[in-house]
Design a protein around this ligand. Structure first.
Ligand SMILES: [Zn+2]
Length: 324
C-alpha cells in the first residue's frame, strides 16, 4: 500500500494539531496552531484548511497525493452525517456540518470522529495498543474521555454516544459531575477532580508543601501536585493513590463490560507513573473477575499529544483505504 497518505486533524479548544501520515502509520509532517475558537466556526474551518495546506506542503505533497482526511473534534456529533452538534468547551462550534465544510475548502474526502475516539484509534494503530484487536483507552484530562475498539473497529453506538466512560456512575449520591449527574468517574479521577480533592484536603487541615495556612495556591494544577507527589509530599501521594483507586474501579467495570486485551491510560496524569498505576492495578486485581483481568495488560499510552491526529488519519484510512 505504499504511496497512500492521509491527513489527521485533532481539533481542540486551544490548539489544532494536524499531520500527514502514511498508510503504514509513519508521520510525514505535523504542526499545531492556536484554534482561536472565540472567533467562530468559520474561522475554525479556515484554520483547519490552512493546517491541511501547510502539512501537505511540509510533506512535499499536493492535495492530490492525499487519499483522505479524518477530523477529530470535541463535542457530541453525528459521524454518519459529519456534523458536530454541541461542544461544551467551544460554544461557537455548534451544529456545524464539518465534513461538508472541510471537503468544500480542501477537496479531500473527509471523515469525522470524536476526539477521544480518534486518540484511542491512534494508539491502537500506531502506539501502545498496537498488536491487539480489542482495547479501551481512558484519557484523564479536564474530564475523562475514552475510546473503545473491538474487533479492530471503533465502537460508536447507535447515536455516537458509546464510550462515554467518564460518566460511568461509581458512587450513588456522589460528587457532582459537569454532566449534572452525581458520582461519575470523571468527578473522581479527572485531572480537575484530583486538584479539587487536593484543595479540599488542604482546607480540611492536611499539610502539604503546596499549601500554606489551609490554603492551596490559586494557580494549583495537577502537574504541580504530580511533581510534589514524586518529590515525596504525603498529601499529594495520598490524592494520587485515591485517584488510582477510583480509576481502578472504573476500569474494573470496563473490563467486565468489554473484556479488552489491553487497557490504556493517557493524559498528563500518567507522568505520575507508578503512583497512579500501582493503585489502579491493585484495585483491578482485587475487584475484577479473574477471566476479565487475566489477559488484559493495563499500560500507559505512548503517543502523547500526537495520538489524536495520527488516529484521525487512521480513521480516514479505515474509511477510504483501498485495502479496507
Ligand atoms: Zn458525568
Amino acid at each position: 500500500m505504499a504511496g497512500e497518505y492521509y491527513i489527521g486533524i485533532d481539533l481542540g479548544g486551544t490548539n489544532i494539531k494536524g499531520g500527514v501520515v502514511s498508510s503504514d502509520a509513519e508521520v510525514m509532517s505535523s504542526m499545531s496552531i492556536p484554534t482561536e475558537a472565540d472567533k467562530g466556526a468559520d474561522h475554525i474551518i479556515n484554520r483547519i484548511c490552512s493546517v491541511v495546506d501547510e502539512v501537505t506542503a511540509a510533506a512535499g505533497m499536493t492535495r492530490q497525493d492525499i487519499a483522505g482526511m479524518g477530523v477529530g473534534t470535541p463535542g457530541t456529533l453525528d459521524t454518519k452525517a459529519g456534523v458536530v452538534h454541541l461542544a461544551p468547551n467551544m460554544p461557537l462550534w455548534r451544529d456545524i456540518p464539518v465534513v461538508e465544510r472541510v471537503q468544500a475548502c480542501t477537496g479531500i474526502r473527509t471523515v469525522l470522529e470524536n476526539d477521544a475516539n480518534a486518540a484511542a484509534f491512534g494508539e491502537f494503530w500506531a502506539g501502545a495498543g498496537k498488536g491487539t484487536r480489542s482495547m479501551v483507552m481512558v484519557t484523564l484530562g479536564t474530564g475523562i474521555g475514552a475510546g473503545i475498539i473491538a474487533h479492530g473497529r471503533l465502537i460508536h453506538g447507535d447515536t455516537d454516544c458509546a464510550a462515554e466512560l467518564g460518566h460511568m456512575i461509581i458512587e450513588r449520591n456522589g460528587r457532582l459531575c459537569a454532566c449534572g449527574n452525581q458520582g461519575c468517574l470523571e468527578a473522581y479521577a479527572s485531572a480537575v477532580s484530583l486538584v479539587r480533592r487536593f484543595r479540599e484536603a488542604v482546607e480540611a487541615g492536611s499539610k502539604s508543601v503546596l499549601a500554606d495556612d489551609g490554603h492551596a495556591g490559586d494557580d494549583l494544577d495537577a502537574r504541580m501536585i504530580c511533581d510534589a507527589a514524586l518529590a515525596g509530599d504525603e498529601l499529594a501521594n495520598r490524592i494520587f493513590h485515591e485517584t488510582g483507586v477510583f480509576l481502578g474501579i472504573g476500569i474494573v467495570n470496563i473490563l467486565h463490560m468489554i473484556n479488552p486485551a489491553r487497557l490504556l491510560i493517557s493524559g498528563g496524569l500518567i507522568k505520575a507513573g507508578d503512583l497512579l498505576m500501582k493503585p489502579v492495578k491493585a484495585t483491578v486485581e482485587m475487584k475484577a473477575l479473574p477471566d476479565a483481568r487475566r489477559n488484559c495488560d493495563i499500560v500507559f499510552a505512548s503517543l502523547g499529544e500526537d495520538a489524536g491526529f495520527i488516529g484521525g488519519a487512521g480513521c480516514a484510512l479505515t474509511a477510504f483505504g483501498t485495502s479496507q
